[in-house]
Design a protein around this ligand. Structure first.
Ligand SMILES: Nc1nc2c(ncn2[C@@H]2O[C@H](COP(=O)(O)OP(=O)(O)OP(=O)(O)O)[C@@H](O)[C@H]2O)c(=O)[nH]1
Ligand SMILES: [Mg+2]
Length: 152
């Protein structure tokens, strides 16, 4: 049994792009429109000799549990509960949003350890986003570019 690592974050931050990079194939759909991933998807990954099972999730939205976004959120919560580690992804170019802060509050109340990853950090456009992300309280963020592979 490989340890599970769940990738979570609000819609469109690059979770599926990161997932594809970690599994080494294009298993998940990537799109510039938010809300593309509808269900969880998983696959084996190997990073510098570390083997784990990586789980992509739907963008976390603040919705009623009975609506479609609400059901996606429920699945995300289950993925985090069943994971040894959660990678919390934010979009460094967009900066922190209220939804990021809500997800952070929720993650702090879960038992799963969290690594904060600031995606879209290629070039300098994410510099202020990286600084802002310290306020989430997860320690040093990892600047990352899922698209270009910086930070792997
Ligand atoms: N500039 C830049 N764009 C990126 C990066 N990673 C992903 N993107 C783009 O961000 C958009 C969203 O990427 P996805 O991987 O589909 O995002 P997601 O978080 O899975 O989105 P949902 O499934 O809708 O929640 C796409 O247009 C990607 O090409 C990155 O490192 N840099
Ligand atoms: Mg996705």
């Amino acid at each position: 049994m490989l340890p599970n690592i769940a990738i979570i974050g609000r819609p469109n931050v690059g979770k599926s792009t990161l997932f594809n990079r970690l599994v080494g194939k294009k298993l998940a759909l990537v799109d510039d429109r938010p809300g593309v991933t509808r269900d969880r998807r998983e696959g084996p990954a190997n990073l510098l000799g570390l083997e784990f099972n990586v789980v992509d999730t739907a963008g976390y939205e603040d919705e009623d549990a009975k609506s479609l976004p609400g059901r996606m959120r429920k699945q995300t919560e289950m993925a985090v509960a069943g994971a040894e580690l959660a990678i919390f992804v934010i979009d460094g170019r967009a900066g922190l949003t209220p939804l990021d802060e809500e997800i952070a509050r929720w993650l702090r109340s879960s038992k799963t350890p969290v690594v904060l990853l600031v995606n879209k950090a290629e070039g300098r456009a994410a510099e202020s986003g990286i600084l802002e992300s310290y306020s989430l309280g997860f320690g040093d963020p990892i600047p990352f570019s899922a698209e270009h592979g910086d930070g792997v």
